[in-house]
Design a protein around this ligand. Structure first.
Ligand SMILES: NC(=O)c1ccc[n+]([C@@H]2O[C@H](COP(=O)([O-])OP(=O)(O)OC[C@H]3O[C@@H](n4cnc5c(N)ncnc54)[C@H](OP(=O)(O)O)[C@@H]3O)[C@@H](O)[C@H]2O)c1
Length: 296
């Protein structure tokens, strides 16, 4: 199976490259800008014509959640218009598109995990731009699989785990928000799940179309996640620091984040037969790579 990934260095794009490298049945091509730029539809079409994939995966996005509040034009150009261009280019060749979206399409007022059919109500520019991206993808390509994920971390890229490790080297204690609940999701687990889904949808069936939540099985707050990280750091002989719980009101940010963005993954299991590993196992793998293998 031949897979084209839009983007190259992002957490999910790089994880897809690593996962595909271990599979003899998958040939994966990924591309960085400016060679393939979602803002330039002709660059997408040219790559598709040259590589001739069976499936297109689009994890490319404008992901700077706070900066998006002051750069809405850029966020919508990449997350809505760029997403539409990728999905349309795939549709022109009859190819399925696997598109990544976010838990931030919800407002966070629900008490229990969000299912795919729950009402959306994004509270930020980023969330709105991603929601409009979902809708554009679904509109232009009938063979769409929209995967909403959350709280992504990896041994590389910009993420909460790496931020905690950096801050542990600079501070003696940390204050972390303890009233936002979500599901940390390890990018290599996302990649494995996407490859399993890609195998199923490569034939171009529309039976799998729609939105599916793809997130880790454990829900906790940022503070709880930080404490899990530092416990793992201490177990590996690293410097662990105290974490004090604070509220969202104590830590104002430009973009409003949902208080609850836990995602129910029942559809992922029933439709695709995919479940993600427990956080403790995935976090251990991430910390092993960061602390024992010394990855940057
Ligand atoms: N990070 C999270 O916590 C989180 C949470 C929920 C959902 N998501 C969603 O999950 C997906 C993957 O996120 P991630 O964490 O892997 O993102 P990331 O690490 O921030 O990487 C962003 C990727 O987007 C690519 N990109 C940005 N602008 C582009 C453009 N104009 N043309 C082509 N590619 C462009 C980058 O390309 P280069 O490789 O060329 O730099 C990079 O590969 C995104 O759809 C994001 O919205 C992320």
């Amino acid at each position: 199976m031949r897979i084209l990934v839009i983007g190259n260095s992002g957490q999910v794009a790089r994880s897809l490259r690593e996962a595909a490298a271990l599979r003899e049945d998958i040939v994966l091509d990924s591309s960085s800008q400016p060679e393939v730029d979602v803002l330039e539809p002709s660059s997408i079409e040219a790559r598709l014509a040259r590589f001739r994939p069976d499936v297109v995966i689009n994890p490319a996005a404008y992901t700077a959640v706070d900066r998006a509040e002051t750069e809405p034009g850029k966020a919508f150009a990449i997350n809505r218009d760029g997403a539409r261009s990728v999905a349309a280019a795939a549709a022109n060749l009859g190819l399925p598109i696997i598109h990544l979206s976010t838990d931030y399409v919800f407002d966070g007022t629900k008490e229990t995990p969000y299912a795919e059919g729950d009402a959306v109500n994004p509270q930020s520019v980023y969330g709105r731009s991603k929601l409009e991206g979902e809708r554009a993808v679904m509109q232009v390509n009938p063979r769409h699989i929209v995967l909403r994920t959350s709280w992504v971390y990896a041994p590389f890229g910009s993420n909460f785990v790496r931020t905690m490790l950096r801050l542990a080297g600079e501070r003696s204690r940390l204050s972390v928000v303890d009233d936002q609940f979500g599901c940390p999701t390890y990018a290599p687990d996302i990649a494995d799940a996407i490859l399993a889904i890609a195998v199923k949808v490569a034939g171009g069936q529309t039976a799998y179309a729609g939105v599916t939540h793809l997130a880790g099985p454990d829900a906790l707050t940022w503070c709880g996640f930080a404490r899990s990280i530092f416990q793992g750091v201490a177990e590996r002989g690293g410097r662990s620091i105290a974490v004090d719980p604070i509220t969202t009101a104590d830590y104002p940010t430009l973009a409003v984040r949902p208080a609850n963005s836990r995602l129910s993954t029942d559809r992922l299991a029933s439709l695709f037969g995919v479940t993600l590993p427990a956080m403790k196992n995935s976090l251990a793998k991430c910390l092993d790579r960061l602390m024992l293998a010394g990855e940057e």
